[in-house]
Design a protein around this ligand. Sequence first.
Ligand code: DX5
Ligand code: ZN
Length: 223
Amino acid sequence: MKHIIAPSILSADFANLQRDIEMINNSEADWFHVDIMDGVFVPNISFGFPVVSAAKKYAQKPFDVHLMIVNPEKYIEEFAKVGANVITVHYEACTHLHRVIQQIKNAGVKAGVAINPHTPVSLLKDILVDLDLVLVMSVNPGFGGQQFIPNSLNKVAELRKMANEVNPNLIIEVDGGVSISNIGSLISAGANAFVAGNAVFAAANPSQMIADLKQVDASSQQI
Ligand code: DX5
Ligand code: ZN
């Protein structure tokens, strides 16, 4: 299966959100990546339910919701209600991660866990079998437009090895600083979903950039 491209609406023009959503609808993108930040788990605040609901009215592709918030268990059902198709919570924000994953699945949504750059993939060993997706943060979460942390490549490779044993259908998503120059290496390391904020929205032709990111394969490594 070809890899998934998920443009992050965090980098969209919020004053022209409908226009940017329609650009994504008409592009080769697969998902909308929706970054929720609470100013506590990360040092930034993004947007909440009213914006997600409003965006959902126009979006014609699945919503991949990335919760960078503390106590995510309080809001799972509400995010399912406003249209999340995948909900990813942070390993670092969940004391009872197994319970939260079951809660997401019970809400009829695909379940993901995100890990910060300092969190080893080995900590996911006993939860991997329950997951639809693991999101490897390749920057410290909180802001778009940061530089890719190279060690993320090793983390993806190690995670794919672990997943091959217990959960071969696991989606491995990379988030932060993904661009046309590192996506090929990430694909060959075993990732198959990519968030792209700055790479898409700062491009002269965002829709063409999405097509270019979609086009790359493992043979076109550039790192
Ligand atoms: C960062 C967010 C990312 C961000 C990616 O905390 O989780 O999804 O929007 O943006 P770029 O691709 O610009 O690094
Ligand atoms: Zn994200």
